[in-house]
Design a protein around this ligand. Structure first.
Ligand code: SF4
Ligand code: SF4
Length: 770
């Protein structure tokens, strides 16, 4: 088959592709003029990403001075292509700026203030290709930042590193789009350099044949390359018919070899690699002259320019500067449209600051007469009439009208079925559409949206993989941790069971700890019993416990109250036994008054003060009433008991930890209420004592009994726990006292009665005896 292809090419016979158009060429505007060397612009705007792939890592910073050819970014990935300083100067900014893209989007750019010196970095020229290995050549191509200059921008070092056997290396010099003559001029002027670049590719790819394809509308370029390749059997200059879009990769392969690269397949699958003539020139510059890709030929053309021509433009040169150099004409009251690329595949630039990049081959500045559609502000699009002309001209054999409907409906599944990815954006369909539908515009928007969705899907998939990996790692760590703990526990158990001194010591330690716990428990129980037997110690102990225990421990407080009650009961009993003189009543009553006053004095309550005053008065009265006639028979026991009890209570309350007292105002108020109740009860007792017959010894016991309920610590402590407004000690006490008093009165009356009876009996006896 290969032989038959070469035979056909030698005879000048080629295949044809489907569709295609023949628009006005408009190439003569620039094809007759040599490539111009421009002066240096004042500032270059260099986008970090100028190819298909990712941008490199920045190697420079703001304020840094760089030399011509110095790398500005680093390639850390095969899909990363570095960029270089096109001339010497100072980096003034690194920030986003509008770039050459149909959407007018912004990208990170390096702003280089040109110093005018154009000072090169150190270069290592290598004229002898045999000194370099294949690997070194590929490395030089990668380091030079070369990517496809025909429009695709695919990293060249990947393309030239193809492993399979290559049948054909096709050099694309077709340059089929109207107006553009950059490759034509390059072939005319740099044919030897291009052929040197082709030889480098030959060394890397070792193809069976090398085919240089040039449209027949470029006779000078054809002649130049034929001369440059004379005597090289492997290289064939193929003069193909002019037809748009012959320069399309799949279309040119079909023309030259008759092979159709199917949808979803790449030329490399058919043993074919294609490179643009400008890329061949750049490869030679990089490998032999150590010159990175920092400039390219750009066709600056259109009837709106006074000097349309091809120029050597430094990458990063703003479109504005190129237009100035080529004499752009002013337009009154209208914005001059500027198209980057040709009239078929180009797009309007959003700003004249848009810079030239590695894939920029043309700047078209048309006049209104030349391209009226470029000046129209509103689209003249009308409904599709299903004429089918678009399908007839489509080189990819697609259905442009159906693609357009699906693109408008954002039906991405249907677009996939219609093979939108095979569309090369040639614009042939839109060119022939009678309804003036901007078909390519719709395809580009749909492609961008699909690409964005695919990127999101890839990100989501990567995130899912990361999540699953993390989950798996955590589970593994958990299992490992549990295993480790199990092993450690088993080791400890084994160590305990051993009869070594350490194991015995460990066992003893555990046994000792258990014994300590038991002893502590027993001591605590014993201590409780002891405390119950010793009331005084218990009060102190409980007070201390209360200080240590939480304030709100109600149980502890109740227990302490019980202990205090028992202690007081004991003391009372002792006191009763001790008291035998009526004089002591007076003394104790004297003591009672200030104590009662001191209990109540802290309280602000007026009632309490009044009650205290009454108590004092009654005490004084009692003292006055009891002093002269009553001697040994006064009911002194209640007074004595109450005084001591109160004193003790005051002391006990003083001993109550400050912490407890300060807990809240409520308790303080309750304490005051208790004091008030006590004073009242005391006063009442005093009154009752005064009103009782002085010779009634039983009343003493009764009073003591009554006083129990008044001074009962349990009652007091319980009432402490009640709210202030619920404390009503007086009625309860009065009742009991009344009952006691009634009982005492009844007893006294009975005694008196008995006494009278005896007296009367004695009298009667005396009378009878007398
Ligand atoms: S732009 Fe796409 S659909 Fe239209 S003719 Fe070209 S390849 Fe076909
Ligand atoms: S050429 Fe235009 S009008 Fe005709 S079928 Fe295609 S899209 Fe419709």
């Amino acid at each position: 088959m290969v032989e038959s292809v070469i035979e056909r090419i030698t005879r000048g016979h080629f295949w044809d592709f489907h569709g295609g158009i023949h628009p006005p060429e408009q190439k003569t505007l620039t094809s007759t003029k040599p490539i111009k060397q421009l002066s240096l612009p004042k500032q270059l705007i260099i986008p970090l990403q100028q190819h298909i792939g990712r941008e490199g890592d920045l190697l420079v910073s703001i304020g840094e001075h760089v030399l011509k050819g110095q790398a500005l970014t680093l390639s850390s990935n095969p899909m990363v292509v570095p960029i270089h300083a096109p001339t010497s100067g100072k980096i003034s900014a690194i920030k986003p700026s509008v770039i050459a893209h149909p959407s007018g989007l912004s990208q990170l750019c390096i702003f280089l203030d040109v110093d005018g010196e154009d000072t090169w970095r150190k270069k290592t020229v290598c004229p002898d290709l045999d000194q370099l290995s294949t690997h070194q050549i590929i490395e030089k191509i990668a380091d030079a930042g070369i990517s496809g200059m025909g429009g695709a921008g695919f990293p060249t070092h990947i393309k030239v590193n193809s492993k399979p056997d290559i049948n054909f290396l096709i050099i694309n010099g077709a340059e089929c789009e109207p107006y553009i003559t950059a490759d034509d001029l390059l072939m005319m002027e740099q044919s030897d350099a291009i052929v040197d670049g082709i030889k480098i590719l030959d060394k890397l790819l070792t193809p069976a044949f090398i085919l240089i394809a040039i449209e027949d509308n470029k006779p000078k370029a054809i002649q130049a390359l034929q001369q440059a390749t004379e005597g090289i059997e492997k290289i064939k200059v193929c003069v193909v018919p002019t037809k748009y879009p012959t320069g399309g990769e799949k279309q040119l392969i079909q023309i030259l070899t008759g092979q159709e690269v199917k949808s979803g397949r790449l030329p490399i699958h058919a043993g074919i690699v294609m490179q643009n003539v400008a890329t061949c020139f750049a490869i030679n510059e990089a490998v032999r002259h150590d010159t990175p890709l920092i400039r390219r030929v750009v066709t600056v053309t259109g009837q709106a320019l006074s000097k349309p021509q091809n120029v050597w433009a430094l990458l990063g040169t703003p479109v504005e500067f190129l237009l100035e150099q080529c004499g752009v004409q002013e337009i009154d009251n209208e914005k001059q449209p500027v198209i980057m690329g040709g009239p078929m595949m180009g797009f309007s630039v959003a700003s004249e600051l848009v810079p030239v990049v590695k894939t920029s081959n043309c700047i078209l500045v048309p006049s209104k007469k030349e391209m009226p559609s470029a000046f129209e502000k509103e689209s003249k699009e009308v409904e599709c009439i299903r004429c089918g002309q678009c399908s007839d001209v489509c080189p990819s054999q697609l259905l442009p009208q159906e693609l357009q409907w699906s693109a408008k409906a954002k039906d991405y599944q249907q677009l996939d079925k219609l093979n939108l990815s095979d569309c090369i954006d040639c614009g042939a369909c839109a060119y022939v559409c009678p309804s003036q539908i901007p078909l390519v515009h719709y395809y580009r928007v749909a492609k961008a949206e699909i690409r964005q969705q695919q990127q999101l899907d890839i990100k989501a998939e990567k995130a899912k993989v990361r999540f699953e990996a993390r989950k798996l790692r955590l589970e593994k760590e958990k299992v490992a941790r549990q295993e480790k703990q199990k092993k450690a526990a088993a080791a400890r158990k084994a160590a305990m069971n051993k009869s070594t001194p350490e194991a015995t010591g460990a066992k003893s330690a555990v046994a000792a700890a258990l014994a300590r716990v038991k002893a502590k428990k027993a001591a605590s129980q014993a201590g409780t019993t002891e405390n119950r037997s010793d009331a005084t110690e218990n009060i102190k102990g409980k007070a201390k416990e209360n200080a240590a225990e939480p304030v709100d421990d109600q149980k502890s407080q109740v227990a302490a109250a019980i202990a205090r009650a028992k202690a007081k009961k004991k003391l009372k009993q002792e006191a009763i036994n001790k008291v035998s003189s009526s004089n002591e009543v007076s003394v104790e009553l004297e003591k009672l008054a200030p104590v009662a006053a001191s209990i109540q004095s802290p309280a602000d309550n007026k009632k309490e003060k009044i009650a205290a005053a009454i108590a004092k008065a009654k005490a004084r009265k009692l003292k006055g009433a009891t002093n002269p006639p009553v001697t040994n028979e006064l009911p002194v026991a209640p007074a004595v008991v109450t005084t001591e009890e109160l004193t003790d209570k005051v002391e006990t309350e003083r001993k109550v930890p400050e912490k407890v007292v300060k807990v809240d105002d409520k308790k303080a108020k309750v304490a005051a209420a208790i004091a008030k109740a006590k004073s009242k009860a005391l006063a009442k007792k005093a009154t009752q004592a005064a009103s009782q017959p002085v010779h009634e010894p039983e009343s003493i016991q009764n009073k003591v009994a009554v006083s129990k309920s008044v001074d009962n610590p349990i009652d007091v402590e319980t009432s402490v726990l009640l709210p202030e407004n619920e404390i009503q000690p007086e009625p309860a006490i009065s009742k009991k006292e009344k009952i006691a008093a009634a009982i005492a009165k009844a007893k006294a009356k009975k005694k008196l009665k008995e006494g009278n009876n005896i007296d009367s009996k004695v009298t009667n006896n005396d009378k009878g005896n007398g």
